[in-house]
Design a protein around this ligand. Structure first.
Ligand SMILES: NC(=O)c1ccc[n+]([C@@H]2O[C@H](COP(=O)([O-])OP(=O)(O)OC[C@H]3O[C@@H](n4cnc5c(N)ncnc54)[C@H](OP(=O)(O)O)[C@@H]3O)[C@@H](O)[C@H]2O)c1
Length: 236
């Protein structure tokens, strides 16, 4: 399990252990740096499948591309079956974080390990992360973005199922039940937290701005799973 302490990774570890699997949780905090690859072969010795939900926080194209390519190559070199999580709607992204995810998908397909690729929409946790990251005093400035957020726990459950089965290449995308505007989700998140902030929706320029406004929604073949964002918020 690469990325064991992350938002989705913690669910994968819990669900895989609940299903009776012997899980090796990898992250720098647990002593394995997948970017250097040091100790990886030993840590994954005997593993039937590796789930990759690693993440790096950057918008720099070259940093993101290098990092996702390198970590995927390191995992592919030692995995018997590599199950990787990517993001709905990233096709053709040439800059920023999403270009890194494109590089990751390419490295996965080109690598020696048999693989399965799941793309998911943004997690229900994402608006809360945006509220924290983009808050400035009484304002939260949020990029204009349509999204069909999905519970990270549902994505994790799907990753565990995929890791239990044979390599399948790319599988149908996974999305939440409703399309929404990110700014509205951030407002709902802040209301539940009892925080009074003015959420300002800002359309970003350029190709990536256009992608965020319209291009990250799932297509008709995506599998849509609940709970809705509101149900998830109130059950949290
Ligand atoms: N967030 C979303 O809305 C969303 C939606 C769809 C798909 N995804 C994809 O899902 C994946 C996981 O996202 P997330 O938000 O769950 O990530 P996250 O919370 O940022 O967690 C990242 C994990 O990677 C580990 N990690 C980072 N650098 C590492 C390194 N060099 N070696 C080993 N472990 C390392 C971190 O642990 P340490 O810091 O301890 O190393 C942590 O366990 C990403 O690939 C992302 O693109 C995310």
């Amino acid at each position: 399990m690469a990325g064991a302490t992350g938002v989705v990774g913690a669910h994968v570890v819990r669900l895989a252990a609940d299903a009776g699997h012997d899980v090796a949780p990898l992250s720098r905090a647990t002593g394995t740096d997948v970017a250097t690859g040091a100790g990886l072969a030993d840590a994954l010795d005997g593993a039937d499948a590796v789930v990759d939900v690693l993440n790096v926080s950057t918008q720099q194209t070259d940093v993101a591309q290098r990092w996702f390519r390198r970590t995927t190559e390191h995992l592919s070199a030692v995995a018997r079956h590599l199950v990787t999580l990517s993001i709905v709607g990233i096709d053709g992204a040439a800059s920023g974080y999403y270009a890194g995810k494109v590089a990751q998908e390419q490295a996965l397909a080109a690598g020696p390990a048999p693989w399965t690729l799941l793309r998911a929409t943004q997690f229900h946790e994402f608006p809360g992360q945006m509220a924290r990251r983009l808050g400035r005093g009484p304002f939260v400035v949020v990029p204009a973005m349509r999204t069909a957020t999905v519970a990270a726990a549902e994505v994790a459950a799907e990753l565990v199922r995929l890791a239990e089965g044979p390599p399948q290449g790319r599988v149908p995308d996974l999305a939440g039940p409703q399309d929404a505007e990110l700014a509205d989700l951030v407002r709902a998140e802040l209301a539940v937290q009892g925080k009074r902030r003015l959420v300002v929706r800002v359309p970003l320029p350029g190709t990536e701005g256009r992608r965020m406004r319209h291009g990250l929604l799932p297509g008709p073949d995506a599998r849509r799973v609940g709970p809705t964002f509101d149900a998830w918020l109130s059950s949290r």
